[in-house]
Design a protein around this ligand. Structure first.
Ligand code: ADP
Ligand code: MG
Length: 593
C-alpha cells in the first residue's frame, strides 16, 4: 500500500478553524451550503474547461452532485463529478488559505463583534471548506483530477494541527472523476444525517445551484398483494383459488431507497421576472456574491434583437473596499455565462467601465462562442453592444434608487459610490447625460443635505444663466470664503464642491441643461451688474494704489485689479481665468488627483 503522508496546516488555517467553530456554533448548518457551493464551483470549472477540451470528461459526461446519508452511523457524503484536485491542489487548497472570502469573513466577524455580535450575520459568509468541521470530527476527501490518473485521499480531524494525504488504490473506491467528501459527524450532530433533514437543507440553501443535486431518499409504492387465509395452502393451485383470492388481497407499502432530484436547476435569470420575488433576487445575490446585506436595487432584463442576452444586475448596499479606497477595476462582480455555462468572473473593464465596477450581476449570452477568451471579449462587437446596454441598465437602476421614496437609500448609495460617478464624469463623456442628474452636492442654501443639479436649476433666479460653484476642502471653509459675499447678497445659490474630485468632475461636465458651471473664484466672474462708469472712476482713484501693491508683491501675483465683486472684505485672491483654482492648486501639490 502507498504511504500515508502527514502535513501541517498553515498557521492561519488552524486559527480560522478555531474561529469558525467558535463563532458559527449556533449556525452549524451552513456547512452544507459551503460544501455544495464548492461542488458546484468544481462542476463549473470542469464544464468550462471541457468546452475546449472535451477529452477531460472521459466516459463520464454527467454533471451532478449526490448527497448520501447514513443516519445510523452519522455519516454524510457529498460527491460531485467536477474538476477534482491533484495531490498538490489538495495541499494548496485544503491546507492553506489563499482566498479573499476568508479576509471578508474575518472582517465581518470583527465588525459584528464591534456591533454587539450577531452570529447570524456571520453565518451568511462564505467560510468555505473548513465549515465541515462545524459538524464533523473527521473529514475524508477522496478526489481525482482529470489532470492525473491517480486518486488521492485527504483526511483531517477537528482540532488537529495536521492532516494526511495518501493515494487511493482500492479498485472498489475509484471515482470516474471529481470529489467525494465524507463527513463523520460529531456525536451531537448526527441528526444532520437524516435524509429528510438534508433534503430540507438542500432545498433551503441550494436553490440557486444550477447542477442537479440528488439526495438519497427512502421511497415507497403501494402494491396489492395476495394473502391466503390458510397459509398451508400456499399458491399451489391458481385456478381453484381465483374467486377466493380476490377477497384475500391486501395493500402493502413496498420500501426502497433511491436518488431523488432535490433542487430546481433552472437559473433564476431564465425565469420569468413576474414569477420571481424580491426576496428571491436578494437571496440569489447574497449567495452568489457572498454578501450579507441585501442589495440597494436590482434589475432583471432580457435584451433582444441584434444581440440577445439575459441579465440580473445589482447595486450593493456598501462598498466592499470602504468609501475611501481607490476604485478597484479587478473585481469579481460580473459573472458571465454563455448558454448557461459559466465562463468567467474575471473582467477588467470589458463589460463595465471601471467607474461602474461596483455593479454586480450575472450576464448570460446566447451569441458568444462557448470558448470565448479574453481576447475575443475585448474585440467582440457583440460584447461592445452588450456593454452599452448593461451600462444603460445600470444607470436606470441607479436613477431608480434616486427617485425612490426612501431618500436614505440614495444617500447610502451616494455615500458609497458617489466617487465612482464623479470618476465617470471624467472618464465617460458619452454618458454625461446619464451621470449628471445623479450627482449630489452641498450648497450655500443646503449645507446639511446634498442637492441634485436639477434641484439647483429649479432654484435658479429668473435672470440667472450659470451654475455657480466654489471648490474648497469643507463646507465650513467654503461658506467663509469672501468670493461668496456678493452672491449671497443677491441670494444666488452656490454649490460647494468639497470632495477633491468634485472640481475636475464638474469641469469635465462643463454644463448642465445648457447652463455653464462657473467657478466664483475665477477673475472674470460676471454677475450681470457691471457699472462701467463707477468702475472707471474707481480705477482712476485707486490705479496708483494697485500699481504700488503689484510692485510690492512682484512675481507672487499676476495682476492687481479693482473689482466690484466684494461687499465687505477689502481684497481677495482670485485665480486667473485659465489657471488652476486655488483648490486645484492645493490638490496638485498634494498629488491626489
Ligand atoms: P473557496 O470556495 O472560497 O475557494 P473553500 O475553503 O470553500 O474556499 O475551498 C477551498 C478550495 O478547495 C477551493 O477554491 C477549491 O480549489 C478546492 N475545493 C474545495 N472543494 C472542492 C471540490 N468539491 N472539488 C474541487 N475542488 C474543491
Ligand atoms: Mg467555497
Amino acid at each position: 500500500t502507498p504511504p500515508v503522508e502527514k502535513y501541517e496546516y498553515q498557521a492561519e488555517v488552524s486559527r480560522l478553524m478555531d474561529l469558525i467553530v467558535n463563532s458559527l456554533y449556533s449556525n452549524k448548518e451552513v456547512f452544507l451550503r459551503e460544501l455544495i457551493s464548492n461542488a458546484s464551483d468544481a462542476l463549473d470549472k470542469l464544464r468550462f474547461l471541457s468546452v475546449t477540451d472535451p477529452g477531460l470528461l472521459k466516459e463520464a459526461t454527467d454533471f451532478h452532485i449526490r448527497i448520501h446519508t447514513d443516519k445510523d452511523n452519522g455519516i454524510i457524503s457529498i460527491t460531485d463529478t467536477g474538476i477534482g484536485m491533484t495531490r498538490q491542489e489538495l495541499v494548496d487548497c485544503l491546507g492553506t488559505i489563499a482566498q479573499s472570502g476568508t479576509a471578508k469573513f474575518l472582517k465581518a466577524l470583527k465588525d459584528s463583534k464591534d456591533a454587539g455580535g450577531d452570529n447570524n450575520l456571520i453565518g451568511q459568509f462564505g467560510v468555505g471548506f473548513y465549515s465541515a468541521f462545524l459538524v464533523a470530527d473527521r473529514v475524508v476527501v477522496s478526489t481525482k483530477s482529470p489532470k492525473s490518473d491517480k486518486q488521492y485521499v485527504w483526511e483531517g480531524e477537528a482540532n488537529a494541527s495536521s492532516y494526511t494525504i495518501r493515494e487511493e488504490t482500492d479498485p472498489e473506491k475509484q471515482l470516474p472523476r471529481g470529489t467525494c467528501l465524507t463527513l463523520y459527524l460529531k456525536r451531537d450532530d448526527k441528526g444532520f444525517a437524516h435524509p429528510e433533514r438534508i433534503q430540507k437543507l438542500v432545498k433551503n440553501y441550494s436553490q440557486f445551484v444550477s447542477f442537479p443535486i440528488y439526495t438519497w431518499q427512502e421511497k415507497g409504492f403501494t402494491k396489492e398483494v395476495e394473502v391466503d387465509e390458510d397459509p398451508t395452502e400456499g399458491n399451489k393451485d391458481e385456478q381453484d383459488g381465483k374467486t377466493e383470492k380476490k377477497k384475500k388481497t391486501k395493500t402493502v407499502v413496498e420500501k426502497y431507497w433511491d436518488w431523488e432530484l432535490t433542487n430546481e436547476t433552472q437559473p433564476i435569470w431564465l425565469r420569468n421576472p413576474k414569477e420571481v420575488s424580491t426576496e428571491d433576487y436578494n437571496e440569489f445575490y447574497k449567495k452568489t456574491f457572498n454578501e450579507y446585506l441585501d442589495p440597494l436595487a436590482s434589475s432583471h432584463f432580457t435584451t433582444e434583437g441584434e444581440v440577445e442576452f439575459r441579465s440580473i444586475l445589482y447595486v450593493p448596499a456598501v462598498s466592499p473596499m470602504g468609501k475611501e479606497d481607490l476604485i478597484n477595476p479587478k473585481t469579481k462582480n460580473i459573472r458571465l455565462y454563455v448558454k448557461r455555462v459559466f465562463i468567467s468572473d474575471d473582467f477588467d473593464g470589458e463589460l463595465f467601465p471601471r467607474y461602474l465596477s461596483f455593479v454586480k450581476g450575472v450576464v448570460d449570452s446566447n451569441d458568444l462562442p462557448l470558448n470565448v477568451s479574453r481576447e475575443i471579449l475585448q474585440e467582440s462587437r457583440i460584447v461592445r453592444i452588450m456593454r452599452k446596454r448593461l451600462v444603460r441598465k445600470a444607470f436606470d437602476m441607479i436613477l431608480g434608487i434616486s427617485m425612490s421614496e426612501k431618500r436614505e437609500d440614495y444617500e447610502k448609495f451616494w455615500d458609497n459610490f458617489g466617487k465612482h460617478l464623479k470618476l465617470g464624469c471624467i472618464e465617460d463623456r458619452e454618458n454625461h447625460k446619464r451621470i449628471a442628474p445623479l450627482l449630489r452636492f452641498f450648497s450655500s442654501q443646503s449645507e446639511e443635505d446634498m442637492i441634485s443639479l436639477d434641484e439647483y436649476v429649479e432654484n435658479m433666479k429668473p435672470e440667472q444663466k450659470d451654475i455657480y460653484y466654489i471648490a474648497s476642502d469643507s463646507v465650513t471653509s467654503a461658506k467663509n470664503t469672501p468670493f461668496l459675499e456678493k452672491l449671497l447678497e443677491k441670494d444666488l445659490e452656490v454649490l460647494y464642491l468639497v470632495d477633491p474630485i468634485d472640481e475636475v468632475a464638474i469641469q469635465n461636465l462643463k454644463s448642465y441643461k445648457e447652463k455653464n458651471f462657473v467657478d466664483i473664484s475665477k477673475e472674470d466672474l460676471d454677475l450681470g451688474d457691471k457699472n462701467e462708469e463707477r468702475e472707471k472712476e474707481m480705477k482712476q482713484e485707486f490705479g496708483q494704489t494697485c500699481d504700488w501693491i503689484k510692485k510690492r508683491l512682484g512675481d507672487k501675483v499676476a495682476n492687481v485689479q479693482i473689482s466690484s465683486r466684494l461687499s465687505s472684505s477689502p481684497c481677495v485672491l482670485v485665480a486667473g481665468k485659465f489657471g488652476w483654482s486655488a483648490n486645484m492648486e492645493r490638490l496638485m501639490k498634494a498629488q491626489t488627483v
